[in-house]
Structure formats: structure tokens, C-alpha cells
Design a protein around this ligand. Structure first.
Ligand code: ZN
Length: 293
């Protein structure tokens, strides 16, 4: 078994984060993935490095990891040069670097990644894509740093998350997906297109209190009509958000903000709910709600 097979995505990202912290200090963002992938791979695997990184016209892929042609050693990381967003390119490079570190031995002919592979972070979607995304998110947006920018209990607005997207050199979409992973608030991200929900993701606190939207294994779910994404949207309320009454998205009232991802052609609703009811927070240390005593 090789080293690459034993390492998890988190361990790889942690190891590289450690190196970057030591050499570049805390003000080192965004991560320069191009230099990192080249330098690190040449040092660690001089016989099998990332020997080329470049943009090229890729008709149906956002990025790929390709074996070097005969006579040349190593691997090439190629990103779709029609991508306009620097953040999206940076994220794609980190994702492909993750494939190189984690999967090149199992996929000797390389890997090609489409748009969905880069924005569906859930493990149900695809194991190696999930792993590459876990690596990219951990490398580009380390949680200890992200928590210093936005505390886990802080209610967010889109300017705050946009500031982090700039800091980490990623798209707003990626910054939102990372935030939902660690926030201790009750929040749900809903990604929709043409009035139907593609997928949704709840924060841990939201999930624990039964706030989630199931999309897998059922017919397409329509976006609620009286929501921002469903029709109440104006140019004024899109980023500021509005408070929606109980019964629109969930049994409880929630606040909705909306991001249009032109690059991905979908709408992201960021739903934030009040902190959890006492029933779930007031325990006596035995896991028994105090209200039940
Ligand atoms: Zn991929």
C-alpha cells in the first residue's frame, strides 16, 4: 500500500496547511494552488509530479487530471479556460490536486470532472468527487481561519460570506458550502433551478431539529411560491433577505437571502432560522430535556 492510499483528504489538507502556515504565516490567503501543486509534488514525488498546469478548451468538463504523454513524466492538471471566475478556477485546481494526491494510483488514465462534480460536496454523489471536494475545501478554507472570520454562532449576511470568498479566492458558492459545514446556527442551503430544488443541505443544528429538505429518491420538489427563490424576489431584497412566515419553507419562520450563481446557472437560497427551541438546548447533562422533567 502506498502512502497516497493511506492518507485521507483531511490529512492531506492538514499536512499542506501546516506547511503553508509555517512558511507563509496567517496572512497567506488565498492559497496559490498552482505553485503549491507543482512545488509540493516535485519534492514529494520527484518521479511522478504534477508537471503541467494550464487552461485549455474542455468542451464538457471543468477540469481534469491527465497522465503525461509517453516520454514525459508525471501528470497534468487542466482546467476549462472558458471559466471566467478566478475563484472557480482556483477551486477546480485544488479539486484536481486532490485527485492527484488521493486517486492517481487507482485511476492511472486520469479523471475528468464536470460542473456537478465540483459543487456537489455530499458523499452520496460520488466517493472520489466527495473526497476531492473535502480536500479542496479544507485546503482553501481551513476551518480555524474561517471561524476567525465568521464565528460559529454568528448570523451571516452575504457581504460577510462574500468577504470570505475573496479572502480564500473561491466562488461565493464554495464559501457558502463551507460555512454551512461548521456554523452552529440553524441554517439550510437550497440550490434550485427553474423553480425546482436540485439539492439542499442543512447545518448540523438545523438537521438535529428536523429542519431539512429531502431531495434524493423522490420526484422533483418545487420551490415554495411565497419564497424569494419562488417569486418574491426583487433587486432590493435579494441580498438583504426577508423574513418569511411559518409554512413557507418550514413549519417555522425563517429568513431567506438569495445568490444567483450565473457561472453554474442555479439559485442558492440561504435560509436562517432562529436559534433552536429550549427543548433541544436545555439539557441536564444526561441528554434529557429539562422541559421533560
Ligand atoms: Zn473530480
Amino acid at each position: 500500500m502506498t502512502t497516497a492510499e493511506k492518507m485521507t483528504p483531511q490529512k492531506w489538507a492538514f499536512q499542506l496547511t501546516h506547511i503553508l502556515n509555517a512558511y507563509a504565516g496567517p496572512d497567506r490567503f488565498p492559497v496559490d494552488v498552482k505553485s503549491l501543486a507543482r512545488d509540493y509534488s516535485h519534492q514529494k514525488y520527484p518521479d511522478d509530479p504534477v508537471s503541467m498546469i494550464k487552461g485549455a478548451p474542455l468542451p464538457t468538463f471543468d477540469g481534469g487530471l491527465y497522465k503525461a504523454p509517453p516520454g514525459k513524466k508525471g501528470w497534468g492538471i487542466i482546467y476549462n479556460d472558458s471559466m471566467q471566475s478566478k475563484g472557480r478556477i482556483n477551486y477546480t485546481l485544488a479539486h484536481e490536486f486532490g485527485h492527484y494526491l488521493l486517486h492517481r494510483n487507482d485511476y492511472p488514465n486520469g479523471i475528468e470532472c464536470g460542473e456537478q462534480d465540483l459543487v456537489r460536496w455530499d458523499s452520496d454523489y460520488g466517493q472520489i468527487e466527495h473526497q476531492a471536494n473535502v480536500f479542496a475545501a479544507n485546503l482553501l478554507m481551513p476551518l480555524d481561519d474561517y471561524r476567525n472570520q465568521i464565528a460559529a454562532k454568528t448570523k451571516v449576511d452575504l457581504d460577510m460570506i462574500g468577504g470570505c470568498a475573496d479572502r480564500y479566492g473561491v466562488s461565493l458558492t464554495a464559501a457558502i458550502l463551507r460555512w454551512i459545514e461548521y456554523t452552529e446556527r440553524r441554517a439550510v442551503i437550497v440550490v434550485s433551478r427553474d423553480g425546482f430544488i436540485l439539492w439542499a443541505r442543512s447545518s448540523k443544528a438545523a438537521f438535529r431539529t428536523g429542519i431539512y429538505i429531502k431531495t434524493a429518491g423522490r420526484p422533483p420538489v418545487a420551490v415554495p411560491q411565497n419564497s424569494l427563490a419562488g417569486g418574491l424576489l426583487t433587486s432590493e431584497n435579494q441580498r438583504v433577505g426577508i423574513i418569511l412566515p411559518a409554512g413557507v419553507w418550514f413549519k417555522e419562520s425563517c429568513e431567506e437571502m438569495v445568490v444567483f450563481s450565473e457561472q453554474y446557472d442555479f439559485t442558492i437560497s440561504v435560509l436562517q432560522l432562529d436559534q433552536e427551541p429550549d427543548f433541544f438546548t436545555n439539557t441536564n447533562g444526561y441528554g434529557v430535556p429539562t422541559s421533560a422533567l
